[in-house]
Design a binder for this molecule. Sequence first.
Ligand code: PLP
Length: 344
Amino acid sequence: MIDLRSDTVTKPSDGMREAMARAEVGDDVYGEDPTVNLLQERVADLLGKEAALFVPSGVMANQLALKCHTQPGDEVVVESSSHIFLYETGAPAWLSNVQLATVDGADGILSAPDVAKAIRSSAYYLPKTSLVCLENTHNKAGGTIYPLEVIRDIQGVTRPRGVQLHLDGARLWNASVAANVHVREYAQYVDSLSVCFSKGLGAPVGSALVSSRNIIEQARKYRKMLGGGMRQSGILAAGALYALDHNIERLATDHRNAFALAQTMTSIPDWHVKLETVQTNIVIADISATGTSASAIVKKAHEAGVLISDMSETAVRAVTHLDATASDVERAGKILQEIFSRRG
Ligand SMILES: Cc1ncc(COP(=O)(O)O)c(C=O)c1O
C-alpha cells in the first residue's frame, strides 16, 4: 500500500528513534526537561523570536495563539478554506469566544487590500478585529506558498491598526525550502507562528508556538489548562530536534515527487490539477468532470493499493512525504492512471 493521504502518516526512522531513546529528560511541567528546553530555544532562535512552546499538535499551537491574542467577542480574520476555519472543530468559538470573518484568497493567499477591507472600523457596534491569521503553505489550496512581500504588505496593514498577525506554519518548512526563503524571513513579519514537526519533517508528535516571551508565558498557562502540560516530553522533543537536523533540506525531494505525480494525475481523463498551485508536497485534483464522487475514487484507489484522501465531494488530495520514495510515488501515479483511464 502506498500511503499518500497526508505527510502526517510517516513513522520515525531508526535514527530518529535512537535519538529519542537517548534523550535526556526531566519534568517539563517544572520546566526541567533539558531536551524540550533545547528544542524551544532552538526553534525560537531559528525563527528569530523571543520564545517558543512545545505543544502536542498544530491545532493546539494555533488555538493558543488565538486565545493569547484575543478577548471574548473579538473577530479574527482568516482565509475561507484555512485549517483554522475548517478543521479545528470550532475551537475558536469554544475556547476563545471569538467569531471568525472569512475572506476568499487567491489559491489560499490573502492580499494586503483583502485584509485591509476585512478589518473593522472602531465603531462601537462592530466587533473588534484583533487578529489576522495566514496559512503558509496553504493546505486546502494545494500547498501554495505566500510570497514574502505579501506577508510584509499584510503586516503593513495590520500593525498600524493594532491588529496582531499569526501565521499557521504547519508546513512553513516546505515553503522555505521551495521558495528558498529562510523561515526567519517569514517570521519577521508576524507576531506569532505555529510550526509542526510531525508533518513533512517526519517526527511522530509535536508542534511549537513561537512568539514574544509575554505571549509564550500566557500560552504556557493555557496549554496547562487544556491538559497539554507534558512531563518527560524530551523523548518527543528529541524526535523534533532530529527532524530539524536531518529532514528539512530533503523536502525538495517531496516537492519534486509531488510535481511529477501532479503531471501524471492531470493526464487522467477528466482529472484537473492546477499545476501552478503544486508548489510543494500537496497535489489536489478536481474530479468533478468525472461524474464520480471523490469518496468513490478514494475507495477504488485504495483497492488498487494507493491511499489518497477526499478533500470534498469533487476533489482528491495526495501528499508526498519522506516515507514515500520517488519510485513509490511514480508507481502510485501509474496505478491511478491505469485504473482511472479505463472507461466503464
Ligand atoms: C495547515 C495546517 N495547520 C494545522 C494543522 C493541525 O495540525 P495537527 O494535526 O498537528 O493538530 C494541520 C494538519 O494537517 C494543517 O494542515
